[in-house]
Write a protein of this length. Sequence first.
Length: 159
Amino acid sequence: MTTPYTRSGTLRGLVLATALTGTLLLLAGFAGAIWSGGSPAAMLTGIASGVIGDAAWQGPVMGPVLGLLVHFSVIAVLVDLYVVASIRMTGLNRHWRISGAAFGTLAWMVRSTLAAPRDWPPAFLDLTAREMAVQIPLHVALLGLPVALLTRWASRWKR
């Protein structure tokens, strides 16, 4: 199968999209944590606790650092899945706004499920309409659309 993507263009797109969208979502999470009376460190520790449980809360540094690594790892996997899908299904690049909005919504659902792996049904099913009205547009605007646009641009990067 021939594709307009080059290896270096795809790699640059992956790194750029992961760094940009991961940072945007992290800043939005920090703002939400502060708005609700929490702290960014506690938010990151909460992310880490999804992986290692209560041990994340044992020290002032380990939890936030691990939370940061987990956050960017999840974003990297989500971005990679979109890029691979867009290589296989070229219509995603042609209709990047629609596919970006769908990707942002699906990524929110996946991320919400991963954030609380011990909960069933998934955490996103327990959110109020108000929380969904904030979370879904944030993930569409800060993850889905930027990834879709950067992936579209990456298909044109020849070096």
